[in-house]
Structures are given as C-alpha cells and as structure tokens.
Write a protein that binds this ligand. Structure first.
Ligand code: GLC
Length: 474
C-alpha cells in the first residue's frame, strides 16, 4: 500500500514537473517571439537611462544637397522648407542630381571634430547624423553601392564623424532614411504615400522590384550596425500609412539592430507615426509597443502638455530647413532655442536640435553662435536640465519647472517686477533656495503664503533669457 502510494506520488511529481517544464517553455516561447527585442521593464529602463538623462542632442543633416545650398542651376529653389529635399523639389532624376551636386560636396579636413566640439560645448550629450538621407547618398562606406562617400569622395565620412563624436565623449546615432531616391529598385509606385522626385512619371528603368530594395536596405543596416563600433541610436525616417512596418520588414530590422547592438535605442518611424498632438495620450499608451521603437519624434513642434508615460524627443531646425540653404534666413533666436529646451524638458521630453553644415562641412555662423549661447547657459544651469523629469506642477505663465531627487528648479522667463515669485510648493520641506547663477548659493528669503512658497528675488534677473532658482528640499 505504502509502495503504491509512493509510486503514485512519484508519478504525480513527474507529471507536475512536466507541466512546469511545458509551461516554462510556453513562457519562453512567448518572449521568444520578439527575440532580441524581449526585455523586462527594468532592463528597458536601464537601456534608456542615459538617453532620458541627456535631454539635449544635436541633429546633423549633411549630404550631397548641402553643397547645392538651396540653389538649382543658378536659381534659388525657395527661402523656406527642407532643402535636403531639393532633388524632389526640382524633380531631378538621380543622375542629373548627382551631376550637379557631387562637385559641390567637398568636405574639408577636420570638419567632424568641429561639429563634435560645438555639440559638446553647447551641452549636447549625443549627436545623430544622416548616414543616408532620402536622396540615397551614403556617408558610410557600403559594399552594396558606389553612391557613397568612399566612391565619390574617397573617404569614409561616417567613420570620421563617429570617431570625432566619440572623442568628445558623446553618444552617437545614425539617422537612416528608408526612402531612397537613388536605388533603381526603390518602387515609388508601390510606395504610394511616400515622395519621389519622379512621381507621376514612368520608371526610367522599367518595372521595379521592391524586395530587392528591401534586401539592400537590410544589408546596409547590417553594415551600419557592424562596422562602426557601438551605435547608441538608430533614427529611422520614415513611413506613412500603407508603407510602414511590413513594407520595410521592420520587425526584422529592429531585431537585427538589437542583436548586433544590444544597447541601441531606436525611434518609431518605421511604423505608423501617430499625430501626437491630436491623439489622446492615454489611448496611445494602451497601444504603445516599445519593440516598434523606444521613442516618438514630434517634428518642429512641442507637445502642449508632454506625453506622459512615453519617451519622446522633439527634433527641430534652427531656421526652416534641415539641409543647408543659402536662402533661408529665418533663424530662431538663442532666446527661443533656450526656452524651447526648457519647455520641452519641463514636459519630460528631449530636444534634438539640428545644424545643417555646408558642402565643405563648415557650420553656418548663425548656428555656431546659437550653440555657443546655449552652451553658456548650460554651463550655469545644466543641472536643471540633465537627469531631470517633467514638472510636478502646472506651468506658470512666467516660466517652467523641472525636478530631480530633492531638487525643484524654477526656470524664470519673465522676472517678477515686484521682486517676489510664488511657487505652488508650500508642501515641500525646503532646506535652501538660491540662484544657480550665484556660485556662493546665497540663500534667498522665502515665506509660506496661502499654499505657496514666496521667494524674494533680487531686482535684476541674472539671465535675460532664463534664470534658474534651485529649491533644495528634504
Ligand atoms: C522629415 C523629412 C526630413 C527630415 C526629417 C527630420 O521626415 O523628410 O527631410 O530629415 O523629417 O525629422
């Protein structure tokens, strides 16, 4: 009897074990579906940490269009809008475009270290540059095309930029266009939502095979992820409804990125880009899939109240074009740029601010000056930007808030005429209040006043653009 029972017990244990094994297989299978993209929330948070702390990066649009500088056959193409699209604006085929543009693209020696130094001094923590834009010209050395810097300029410009950026201690990312106006199999009939310079005209080389282009896209992505050391960001551009996700075999691209570069951070432009200004953010959160991109990219616009729960980065030009143009003089002031940075960070986002170098790699003077002005401001106030998160309070008309650990930062755009600033922080157990511009941290006088903390400030603002008051609390 005892023996029978123990046999029964052994059988039950074995069966239970089998169930356990098979259910753990089921769990593994479930996670396996995403392959290298599978991770826990903690793992993802750890991967995202440096990016979330950085808050400020430099974007660079540079390629064959830069030498054309917004002029086509001696005529300005326009004063506004993206001149990296000049090939499409003038409806040139790739040969005519290359004939005009290649002679004007003459990178000077050492251009990349000028970019990287400017970025570091401005306080940027990362640089994202165009490995390939829509025109299809590659700054990297590719085995699969002769339309690259190696063949047309005799240099691997991508390597020069990656090395220079890393030398300055910054993270580096590739902007990579999945749209391609050079590749003879890029099927612009199939990509009906996407632009092409020859749209509306028959293909000059007969019917196109989109699969061949997708294969090329994947092979080049593998080169980018394999040949340049650690890549911190991949910034894909772009998809539209109907030409998204499966159209580029995006799941495979994303998995390839993470298997070759496990720590890489990716934007979500391979997939449908929702209109974040219009979409309700709570709904977005319900459908957000990190394996389709770690962050979303509001372009040229700052979400009015941020996007809680989602990582986001505003990309923005300093004038109105991404690629250099001689004709666009609509430069934003340093005041606008610094306030934009503060506004974005106070809502929990990152700022990716663009420069468009010229055909020789030199940076427009206006951009240099603005970046330097941002750098001077960051030298004094950077701690109120890096590693901070969205404001805990509604934004006041006169400024913004950011916070971190035991600190609340009050960014003042309009300095109070009456010498008193009221902050809705009466509940904080405040230990010290001072101006970041004051290296002695002389305490400012404060008092609690009907649910607010009233701070007595000096008559003059220490900074005409944004002055920051630090509130230390327990
Ligand atoms: C758009 C444009 C492109 C620019 C990019 C930056 O997708 O097509 O020219 O590079 O936005 O966000």
């Amino acid at each position: 009897m005892r023996r029978a029972k123990s046999i029964l017990l052994v059988c039950m244990a074995a069966a239970f074990g089998l169930i356990l094994i098979s259910s753990s297989c089921a769990i593994e299978k479930a996670t396996d579906v995403r392959g290298p993209l599978a991770e826990t929330k903690q793992q993802r948070d750890a991967r995202m940490q440096w990016w979330r702390d950085s808050r400020f990066g430099m974007f660079v649009h540079w390629g064959l269009y830069s030498g054309l500088a917004g002029t086509w056959k001696d005529k300005p193409v326009g004063e506004r809008g993206g001149m990296e699209w000049i090939q499409q604006r003038v409806h040139a085929d790739t040969w005519e475009y290359a004939h005009e543009a290649v002679p004007l693209f003459r990178p000077k020696e050492g251009f990349a270290s000028e970019w990287a130094k400017l970025a570091r001094r401005a306080g940027c923590r990362y640089v994202v540059f165009t490995s390939k834009h829509h025109d299809g010209f590659c700054l990297f050395d590719s085995e699969y095309t002769t339309y690259d810097a190696h063949d047309l300029v005799g240099r691997d410009l991508c390597r020069e930029i990656v090395d220079a950026v890393r030398n300055e201690g910054l993270k580096v990312g590739f902007y990579h266009s999945v749209i391609d106006w050079h590749h003879p199999q890029y099927d612009y009939f199939k990509a009906d939502q996407l632009p092409h310079p020859l749209k509306g005209k028959p293909s000059p080389n007969g019917p196109r095979n989109h699969d061949i282009y997708v294969d090329y896209l994947h092979r080049q992505a593998r080169e980018l992820f394999s040949n340049y050391g650690p890549v911190d960001i991949i910034w894909w551009d772009y998809s539209k409804k109907g030409n998204e996700g499966p159209f580029w075999k995006s799941d495979e691209l994303m998995a390839m990125a993470r298997s070759l570069q496990p720590a890489i951070i990716s934007n979500n432009r391979l997939y449908h880009i929702p209109n974040i200004e219009k979409d309700d953010s709570a709904d977005r959160l319900r459908t957000w899939k990190p394996e389709q991109g770690d962050f979303t990219t509001p372009e040229q616009t700052i979400p009015s109240t941020g996007i809680p729960g989602v990582d986001w980065e505003v990309c923005m030009t300093m004038n109105t074009t991404w690629g250099y143009s001689d004709h666009d003089h609509a430069w934003k002031s340093p005041e606008t740029l610094i306030r934009n940075l503060v506004d974005i960070v106070s809502k929990g986002g990152n700022y990716l601010l663009n420069i468009g170098p010229k055909g020789d790699g030199s940076i427009p003077q206006e951009s240099i000056e603005s970046m330097r002005a941002i750098g001077r401001w960051m030298d004094v106030n950077g701690q109120a930007i890096y590693g901070t998160s969205a404001s805990p309070y509604e934004r006041p008309s006169w400024g913004r808030y950011t916070k971190k650990d035991r600190m609340l930062y009050v960014h003042v755009f309009e300095w109070p005429r009456n010498g008193v600033l009221e902050v809705p922080a009466a509940e904080l157990n405040v230990t010290r209040v001072y101006l970041l511009a004051d290296s002695d941290k002389t305490p400012l006088k404060t008092e609690k006043k009907s649910g607010a903390l009233a701070i007595h400030v000096p008559r003059e603002a220490p900074d005409d653009i944004v002055s920051v008051i630090a509130i230390e609390h327990k």
